[in-house]
Design a protein. Structure first.
Length: 128
């Protein structure tokens, strides 16, 4: 008799936990991109996302302290050596945005650059 009581309770608990973990339909999925920063380069150096996407960059400085800055989007953060830094934003406006190291990191500091490309959202065709 106890087995019959325990099983339904566990089953209901599992269903409730699964429902709580499911993403809400109103929340857009996050486009997650892992990056590294090391002496005078970002990898990848070009990031492509779609307009309207929520973006999460996971950036790790592998050799020393660096920085990450996209002036046009108001993003600027320090990247501590060996620590993953999370940079989140919504790519609201289509365009090409340069990013660069915002902490002096040596003679090649000015070459430490990359590009964020926000591709325009596809417009719905009136014939569909």
């Amino acid at each position: 008799m106890k087995r019959l009581v325990v099983f339904p309770v566990l089953f209901v608990f599992a269903l409730t936990a699964a429902a709580q973990e499911a993403p809400k339909p109103s929340e857009a999925p996050v486009h997650e991109i892992k990056m590294s920063a090391k002496k005078y380069e970002y990898t990848p150096s070009e990031i492509r996302v779609k307009q309207g996407e929520r973006v999460r960059l996971l950036i790790t400085a592998t050799d020393r302290k660096h920085g990450f800055e996209i002036k046009e989007l108001g993003i600027k953060t320090d990247l501590e050596k060996g620590k993953e830094t999370v940079v989140e934003f919504t790519a609201d406006k289509a365009g090409t945005y340069p990013f660069n190291c915002s902490n002096f990191c040596g003679f090649g500091h000015r070459r430490m650059r990359g590009t964020l490309v926000v591709e325009p959202a596809e417009e719905a065709s009136p014939h569909k």
